[in-house]
Design a protein around this ligand. Structure first.
Ligand SMILES: *Cc1c(COP(=O)(O)O)cnc(C)c1O
Length: 358
């Protein structure tokens, strides 16, 4: 018998560090890749009406059929692919992981990448096998291909574009990996709206390929809605693991309404991309700062004084993400989400002060 009640918890769970979210009250929040823009008044009014009339005493449609149909149309999901919805794409990663988690099954990922991949491997009891990116954050396809041969992963997960590095891997290298992978391949396209590249049009060529996206980075982070697309027979199996009412009533009706006005979100994404270019150019002219190219709504930076810059920005009212020490390849790295023009100006002013103080 365990001595303390918590001892009954699996060892690997007790060994995990909790996923901490930094307190952002009173700060300009440029740490979590949220869309900083608001919806137009008329659309928010309409959403208010829909929410008021919503049947929150009833369970949601378990299949979320109307929302799925709207997503299929808006996001041009290929007609021969199926869609599964998640309470955020995090939930979808977890469902895929659970589905393949036979004893000794392996998840291959690249590092540095999105932290939830390794966390979820642990939750599901998969053996996590990370393959390092090259120093310039490009995909080391030779090493990934070798890992596929050696470990025969049940699941290979790659973010495209990658978080936190912001780059889009070379499509040919990615395809070589998809073609060689013995198990399922999950391509996480959370930043699709800012990237202009996708493997979704190629779903029909590869029955083991899954392409996942989210509405979080596009402007609906608070609703928690992710979608997974893939071969109907594979999605039908994965769907058995989805809890029956995982997408709530309010998310279903609000997301469907906003998707009908997708041009609003796409114009905001276009504004974010313009700001990304401006920010990138301005930061490249700053001393002692390395700025990486980005195909996402954030930019990775490297400074010899990363911790001091992070703290200095916070003192000046701007919260970004400190990645220094998170991974060998990320020493001195910081990640800033692209904000509104005034937020970005405030960030740039604070950043140049912090860099001059050395
Ligand atoms: C932000 C992010 C997600 C999480 O998306 P949710 O839909 O909000 O759960 C998934 N993958 C990557 C790579 C991300 O950066």
């Amino acid at each position: 018998m365990p001595k303390l009640p918590e001892d009954v918890i699996r060892d690997e769970i007790r060994a995990l560090a909790p996923y901490r979210i930094h307190d952002s009250s009173g700060l300009i929040k440029l740490d979590a890749m949220e869309n900083p823009f608001e919806l137009p008044d008329a659309l928010s009014q309409e959403i208010g009406e829909l929410v008021r009339a919503a049947a929150i005493n009833r369970y949601p449609d378990p299949a979320a059929s109307k929302l799925k149909a709207q997503l299929r149309e808006t996001m041009q999901v290929p007609a021969d692919s199926e869609i599964m919805l998640g309470n955020g794409s995090d939930e979808l990663i977890q469902i895929v992981a659970m589905a393949v988690a036979r004893r000794n099954a392996v998840l291959v990922g690249v590092e540095p990448s999105f932290a939830m991949f390794s966390m979820i491997a642990c939750y599901a009891g998969l053996r996590y096998c990370p393959i390092s990116l090259r120093r310039d954050f490009s995909l080391d396809d030779e090493r990934v291909l070798a890992a596929l041969t050696e470990h025969k992963p049940a699941l290979t997960v790659i973010a495209y574009p990658n978080n936190p590095t912001g780059n889009l891997f070379e499509a040919d290298a990615l395809i070589r990996i998809v073609e060689a992978a013995p198990g399922l391949v999950l391509i996480d396209e959370a930043y699709h709206a800012f990237a202009g590249a996708s493997l979704m049009p190629r779903l029909a060529e590869y029955p083991h390929l899954l392409v996942m996206r989210t509405l979080s980075k596009l402007g609906l982070a608070g609703l928690r809605l992710g979608y997974l697309t893939g071969t109907p027979t594979v999605i039908a199996q994965l769907d058995k693991l989805r809890l029956p009412y995982n997408v709530n009533v309010l998310t279903q009706i609000v997301a469907e309404r906003v998707l009908r006005n997708i041009d609003v979100l796409m114009e905001q994404a276009a504004a974010i991309k313009r700001e990304r270019r401006r920010l990138h150019g301005a930061m490249q002219r700053m001393p002692n700062l390395q700025v990486y190219p980005s195909a996402a709504n954030f930019i990775l930076l490297r400074s010899p004084r990363a911790n001091a810059v992070f703290e200095g920005l916070k003192q000046r009212g701007v919260l970004i993400k400190n990645l220094n020490g998170v991974h060998r390849l990320l020493s001195g790295c910081l990640r800033v989400t692209v904000g509104t023009p005034p937020q970005n100006r405030a960030f740039m002013r604070a950043l140049s002060e912090c860099l001059q103080k050395s």
